[in-house]
Design a protein around this ligand. Structure first.
Ligand SMILES: [Zn+2]
Ligand SMILES: [Zn+2]
Length: 357
């Protein structure tokens, strides 16, 4: 039944149902039969989902270990029409998964219309998940400015709140999601919006074995100069910050080579915790087939995946075990482009644009 919902026509699925195939099972990574259909990428998906929603014996409230609730999956993988159908069938709009995420969190990766619809129908957008991420941590993943502004308007304090690793939303803004139809072109505008709303760029947060700044994270992802320059504080702001000595080191080395995450020819999928692309070092569960987490979520894996061990993958990557702070600026990889001279005039350029903190 799962394979039929993933691959076959409505006629085949209907035939299986009439021959007595059960509608209520779930199968490993495919999830419920509804979730298997959500994962289709062909033109028959809408018709198959509509068939399931109307089929006798279909239970919209079913969930699965891998995908959790049908509503959360619909928010992430389908469109607002399917989400509305599920809500009209009275599924729990605030059902939490094992990470404490609710369907609204998945909608925040997508588009404003979906977020507004769920909020208008009782979705709780204010509670944190178990990794202490607020709605803005998710909204910036969409890389859509309208979703970010909507979330900030609901609670301006979201901009300052850090997750369990000290990552405020501006850190998540410079990460590359690359999945779920997320945008990429509005990142600079979002960073400017967060700074205008009071986000600090002089802060530090935990990485695997030490701390780093939003600027260093952006360099790790090898983001363009247009983006990274937004994350460089004025010398005065750097000097007055809590991390003045770290910033003195960074600012003195702006025109040096930074090590960046290796981009492999084929990305290894997405992190099962944050749903961002696995770029650079990542970790695979030794017990759960297909369960892998990124370098960010590895720090807090015990919160949500405490019983199993993980094997590192792409461990030759920068983030895996660096212990010397100075090595941050040593050993450029092949990904280092030759545009470092752009940083040479950065301090004066930033000063011209006004104070950033
Ligand atoms: Zn992750
Ligand atoms: Zn596991």
């Amino acid at each position: 039944m799962h394979l039929a919902c993933y691959h076959s026509s409505v006629e085949i699925i209907d035939m299986l149902v009439k021959e007595g195939s059960t509608m209520g099972t779930h199968a490993g990574i495919m999830g419920t039969i509804f979730q298997a259909a959500c994962q289709r990428k062909d033109s028959a998906r809408a018709a198959v989902l509509e068939y399931l929603l109307n089929a006798p014996g279909f239970d919209p409230t079913k969930s699965s270990r891998h995908w959790d609730s049908n509503l959360a999956t619909a928010c992430l993988l389908t469109d607002i029409g399917i989400v509305k159908r599920l809500v009209e069938l009275k599924v729990d709009i605030n059902e939490e998964d094992i990470l404490g995420r609710r369907p609204i969190h998945f909608a925040l990766y997508k588009e404003l219309e979906l977020v507004e619809y769920l909020c208008a129908n009782g979705a709780d957008i204010f509670d944190l998940d178990l990794m202490e991420r607020n709605a803005l941590h998710f909204a910036v993943a969409s890389s859509r400015l309208d979703v970010v502004k909507y979330t900030l308007d609901l609670n301006p304090d979201f901009v300052h709140a850090a997750d369990c690793d000290g990552w405020s939303p501006i850190f998540w803004t410079v990460r590359e999601c690359l999945y779920w139809d997320t945008e990429t072109t509005q990142r600079g505008a979002i960073i400017e919006e967060l700074i205008a709303r009071g986000a600090s760029i002089t802060i530090q947060a935990q990485r695997l074995d030490r701390q780093w700044t939003p600027f260093e994270l952006a360099r790790y992802y090898d983001l363009s100069y247009d983006i990274t320059k937004l994350l460089i504080p004025t010398p005065q702001a750097a000097q007055q910050s809590e991390y003045a000595s770290a910033w003195a080191r960074i600012l003195s080395a702006l025109d040096s080579d930074f090590v960046v995450a290796k981009r492999y020819e084929v990305l290894y999928g997405y992190c099962d915790i944050c749903l961002f692309a696995l770029i650079g070092v990542y970790y695979a569960c030794t017990e759960c087939e297909g369960f892998a987490i990124c370098f960010k979520c590895y720090r807090s894996r015990r919160i949500v995946h405490s019983d199993h061990e993980f094997d590192p993958c792409n461990e030759d990557d920068h983030a895996s075990g660096e212990s010397d702070q100075e090595s941050d600026h040593e050993g450029a990889t092949d990904n280092e482009s030759g545009d470092m001279e752009e940083y040479e005039d950065c301090e004066s350029a930033v000063s011209d644009e006004g104070e950033r903190e």
